[in-house]
Design a protein around this ligand. Structure first.
Ligand SMILES: *Cc1c(COP(=O)(O)O)cnc(C)c1O
Length: 449
């Protein structure tokens, strides 16, 4: 191994002096691993640790790290053209990815705006909804309704739609003001309780004429609460939006691509009597390129796209520099081919039952508050979180990379994770659950470190 401890500590020292990391202080942050390579489910560090990536590198690494098909697609594309502006040009990788997406996405959602990250896709969705209402002569409809406990990204427009009491409170001053309904409380696997919809009904009724759209993460609220709620909520929401001429935006950035079981989480709304409900606009990202390069998309229905197109202002005014980057498109094509050819629906069922078998017994831990499992998502909610040092020790001892936040110790493993690896991941979760709760330190980043 090409590794000397002197150069190692120098690099770490440089990092801590100069490089910001997500949701972290610049200096004096907890120990970091120096990642050297990653293949399949495993990340290897410079000092020789092998860690199972139990969080799919923030939920995007669906096929595992460095899937050879994706690596090859990027290499081949890089020999021809790394980038070209999408204004005035189009290219085969964008067209081919578009063709695959139109086939993969729910029917009727097929007008694709490529964005460079999930947050940007959410910004585009909000703008598109407002422009849609403007096209219909309703410019006063420029607010959105979102859910408490939601997460839609870190840019200003996306923060403004995320949980209003969450990690972005400091930035209220620069955020647009929207409306919020209570978090749906009816659990995913309980019978639907219609009173759960009262808050949303009230908010919409009160502000009807200002509302362009409602946005939510279907069934699985991720980044702000790891919460799983009843699909009945989405059916009620679809109906209400239709009655009021309000658009429905579903943010499937975390829940899409089989993460919750079916291809998209909205598909949980299907029952014996009816097809699943569809949004007017949807956002996808994270697993789109299989975790290889940043790329997301905001996808509009025919109705939305045509209304805007046939109006006085037919152009949609958004255009990132790296829009539809050919390398990212090539990665997306290879990723979608894997989603099509591999039987992830079956695999996720297997992962789900293994997670359930391992995690349900953890309810009996003294520090356990709740256990939640759906698809390839497993959450142990604690009453109080252990110290960062204790968590780090479990990671090193078990060789499982976990990234708990708030009181949530969770896994969202790559969709190729084996049963034996799931067992190891759950053992690590259990050990964190068994750690002593740490005293709460005033001013410490409560959310992500
Ligand atoms: C991660 C996430 C985003 C933001 O995506 P980025 O690529 O990090 O900007 C938006 N919505 C949901 C539901 C997410 O999980």
């Amino acid at each position: 191994m090409n590794f000397s401890s002197e150069s190692f500590s120098k690099k770490i020292a440089f990092d801590s002096e100069h490089l910001w990391h997500p949701y972290a202080a610049l200096k004096n942050t907890p120990a970091r691993f120096l990642a050297k390579s990653a293949h399949g489910t495993t990340i290897e560090t410079a000092d020789g640790l092998k860690l199972i990536d139990a969080v799919s590198s923030w939920w995007c690494m669906a096929h595992g790290h460095n899937a050879p098909e994706i690596v090859e697609a990027i290499q081949k594309q890089s020999e021809k053209m790394c980038h070209v502006m999408f204004g005035g040009f189009t290219h085969e990788p964008a067209i081919e990815l578009g063709e695959r997406l139109v086939e993969f996405l729910p029917e009727g959602l097929n007008k694709i705006f490529f964005a460079d990250s999930g947050s940007i896709a959410v910004e585009c969705a909000a703008k598109m909804a407002v422009q849609y209402q403007h096209s219909l002569g309703r410019p006063e409809r420029c607010k959105l309704v979102a859910l408490k406990g939601g997460y839609h990204g870190d840019t200003a427009g996306a923060m403004a739609l995320s949980d209003p009491d969450g990690m972005h409170v400091l930035f209220r001053g620069i955020m647009p003001q929207h409306y919020f309904a209570e978090r749906p409380n009816c659990r995913f696997d309980c019978p639907w309780d219609d009173s759960d919809f009262t808050s949303m009904e009230r908010v919409v009724e009160e502000h009807e004429n200002e509302i362009a759209a409602v946005i939510c993460e279907p069934v699985f609220q991720g980044g702000n609460g790891m919460w799983l709620y009843n699909a009945g909520y989405l059916k009620r929401l679809r109906k209400l939006c239709d009655e009021k001429g309000i658009l429905l935006i579903l943010d499937e950035i975390a829940s899409g691509f089989f993460r919750t079981g079916p291809r998209f989480a909205m598909m949980h709304t299907a029952d014996a009597n009816a097809d699943y409900i569809k949004p007017d606009i949807m956002c996808i990202g994270k697993a789109l390129t299989g975790g290889s390069i940043t790329m997301a998309a905001c996808v509009a229905s025919d109705k939305v796209a045509e209304t805007i197109t046939n109006s006085k202002i037919p152009a949609f005014m958004h255009g990132p520099t790296y829009m539809a980057n050919p390398l990212a498109c090539a990665a997306g094509i290879a990723s979608l081919d894997l989603f099509k050819s591999r039987n992830y629906a079956e695999n996720v069922k297997r992962i789900e039952s293994r997670l359930r078998a391992n995690l349900e017994p953890l309810r009996s831990l003294e520090n356990a508050a709740d256990v939640r499992v759906l698809g390839a998502i497993g959450v142990l909610e604690l009453k109080a979180k252990p110290s960062a040092d204790d968590i780090l020790k479990v990671i090193k001892d078990t060789g499982v990379w976990l990234r708990p936040f708030c009181n949530y110790v969770y896994t969202m493993p790559p969709l190729i994770t084996t049963d034996a690896e799931i067992d190891r991941i759950c053992e690590a979760i259990k050990r964190i659950g068994e750690c002593e709760p740490a005293p709460v330190v005033e001013g410490e980043d409560e959310f992500h470190e």
